[in-house]
Design a protein around this ligand. Structure first.
Ligand SMILES: CC(=O)N[C@H]1[C@@H](OP(=O)(O)O)O[C@H](CO)[C@@H](O)[C@@H]1O
Ligand SMILES: [Mg+2]
Length: 545
């Protein structure tokens, strides 16, 4: 094959450091940026192959999300804007790790195994975050695509969900929206304005939202969008990237993990605040209560607000459409209980990682999925969307039904169904709170989170831990699950689990209990069990102070 001559030749300009092995993890490849040039070139090759195979446009996003600014990473986006299918994650790992001489053989194997017709055209959309390394890494991706005769469209600086959206628009021939930034801003802001028309007498205070942009791409894009929102949302933007460092002491991950406000944000009591992560696919809300205590509203609370609102609107519209919520083991026990017992919605639990939640949510009429850390969106089945849109058109429908159906239709338009999207989720939350006339305090008190703690344990090989039941139970190493069960019994309302991280070289420990001391104590004791039974390295875990 003629193309391979060029691949061999060009790949020498993107050499692989010897002995470096990487894995396509929970969210693509991620490591220090200086080790990624060859990976980017090769992901360009793979994206071209995936495009030929699917006869569709494929996306390649250069970002390391909430990681430090020195890191970078890459994720592949499949035709409907979802994460690339698991079999191809395997190909991605093979390609990234092939030594220079073996690259063409690995490429040929993929082409043969998947029976890819090389005469097909290839189209790849490329986007990047604000990291200094992202620009040159993007060039490496484009080099890879063109080596296999593919065509790239470089969107430059975009949030991860914006690129997912572009891919979905292109492959639905613009039915989903127009594949431009302007198209994205117009579609979302139109739906937002439509929805907020239903919130009467909103004051400027109620329209005000403090946003922590994590010094990243989300801040830039929110600024671009502001004019489209016609003052229906009045954003006070902090950590906008003009001086601070990306993700440093700010952003959704920092706020969630440390359960503390980001640096650089000036919060008055009761003011509604939110944080994006470094590529704006995660969002977390929070506020300081009147006693000055920091209160976090995480992905679970977001899923609760959204599913509750959708359910009520469906009832008002007289539509018999099922709403389900998909969570992971990290969902707070109180959230799961509230959804099941009070709201009576179907709740299902999947493994960690957006792709698992997204996949599970596709099984329902309306699948609301959120990780506790704020990754998430809502998926509407074709049939559910059709019923809602038909009711909007139906001139005989009575006023209340029609109004509810219109609200549902605008909510569909406001949600980025391709993937979790901080900007889109923020607008959905703002609109729903406004329509309900609900304050952040009111939303917060729907249920009270059980105190919880997450810890990390270093072990020689995290793959020695094997889990089952959506990562809630350990199968290997022997004895670890028994040890956890015994420890959990010592605490009230307690739950704990451990799993190997898919993005970092650590084992994660999660514990919750009726008090913070309990959650901390249990998390510590479970960490010790992991350390002793799963080959801990370095210092033994210490109790939390
Ligand atoms: C406990 C936790 O927050 N895990 C995160 C983290 O995955 P780990 O596999 O736990 O490292 O990064 C993923 C990608 O961003 C995200 O989907 C997930 O929720
Ligand atoms: Mg992210």
């Amino acid at each position: 094959m003629a193309e391979f001559g060029e691949v061999s030749q060009k790949s020498t300009q993107h050499p692989k450091p010897k002995c470096l092995t990487l894995q396509y993890g929970t969210a693509g490849f991620r490591t220090t940026a200086k080790h990624l040039d060859h990976v980017m070139f090769r992901m360009g090759l793979l994206a071209a192959l995936r495009s030929k195979k699917t006869k569709s446009t494929i996306g390649v996003m250069v970002t390391a999300s909430h990681n430090p600014v020195e890191d970078n990473g890459v994720k592949l986006i499949d035709p409907m804007g979802e994460m690339v299918t698991p079999a191809w994650e395997g190909y991605a790992t093979q390609l990234a790790n092939a030594e220079q001489e073996a690259l063409c053989t690995v490429l040929k194997n993929i082409i043969e195994t998947d029976a890819i017709s090389m005469s097909e055209t290839a189209n790849v959309f490329v986007g990047r975050d604000t990291r200094p390394s992202s620009e040159s890494l993007t060039k490496a991706v484009i080099d890879g695509v063109s080596c296999l005769g593919g065509h790239s469209q470089d969107y430059g600086l975009v949030t991860t969900p914006q690129l997912h959206y572009m891919v979905r628009c292109r492959n639905t021939h613009d039915c989903y929206g127009t594949a431009t930034l302007q198209g994205y801003y117009e579609k979302l802001s139109k739906a937002f304005i439509e929805l907020t028309k239903n919130a009467l007498n909103r004051t400027d205070d109620q329209k005000r939202l403090l946003v922590d942009g994590a010094n990243g791409i989300g801040a830039l894009k929110l600024r671009e969008m502001e004019a489209f929102l016609k003052y229906e949302l009045q954003v006070a933007l902090f950590n906008d990237g003009s001086s601070g460092k990306l993700n440093h002491l700010c952003g959704a991950d920092y706020v969630k993990v440390h359960q503390r406000a980001p640096e650089g944000m000036h919060m008055g009591p009761g003011e509604r605040c939110c944080s994006f992560d470094g590529d704006a696919d995660r969002i977390i809300y929070y506020y300081n209560d009147t006693a000055g205590r920091f209160r976090l509203l995480d992905g679970d609370k977001i899923a609760t607000l959204i599913s509750m609102s959708l359910k009520e609107l469906l009832t008002q519209a007289g539509l018999n459409i099922q709403v389900a919520v998909v969570q992971t083991a990290y969902a707070n026990g109180s959230a799961t209980r509230y959804l099941k017992d009070v709201m009576k919605v179907t709740v299902c639990c999947t493994k960690t990682g957006v792709k698992h939640l997204h996949h599970a949510a596709q099984d329902f009429d309306i699948g609301v999925y959120f990780e506790a850390n704020g990754h998430g969106t809502v998926l509407f089945s074709k049939e559910a969307e059709k019923q809602i849109r038909q009711l909007v058109k139906h001139s005989n429908a009575n006023d209340e039904k029609k109004r509810a159906a219109k609200l549902l239709a605008s909510t569909i338009d406001l949600i980025n169904q391709a993937t979790g999207d901080a900007i889109s989720d923020m607008l959905v939350i703002e609109a729903l709170l406004a329509i309900r006339g609900m304050s952040i305090q009111g939303w917060d008190t729907l249920y009270t989170d059980l105190p919880n703690r997450q810890l990390r344990v270093k072990v020689a090989d995290r793959q020695v831990i094997d889990t089952t039941d959506a990562e809630r139970r350990v199968v290997m190493p022997a004895g670890l699950q028994d040890a956890i069960d015994t420890l959990v019994k010592k605490y009230k309302q307690a739950r704990a689990f451990v799993r190997p991280s898919g993005t970092e070289d650590i084992v994660r420990v999660y514990a919750e209990a009726d008090t913070q001391e309990g959650a901390d104590g249990l998390a510590y004791e479970v960490s010790l069990a992991v350390y002793h039974l799963a080959g801990g390295t370095g210092e033994e875990p210490k109790p939390l102070k």
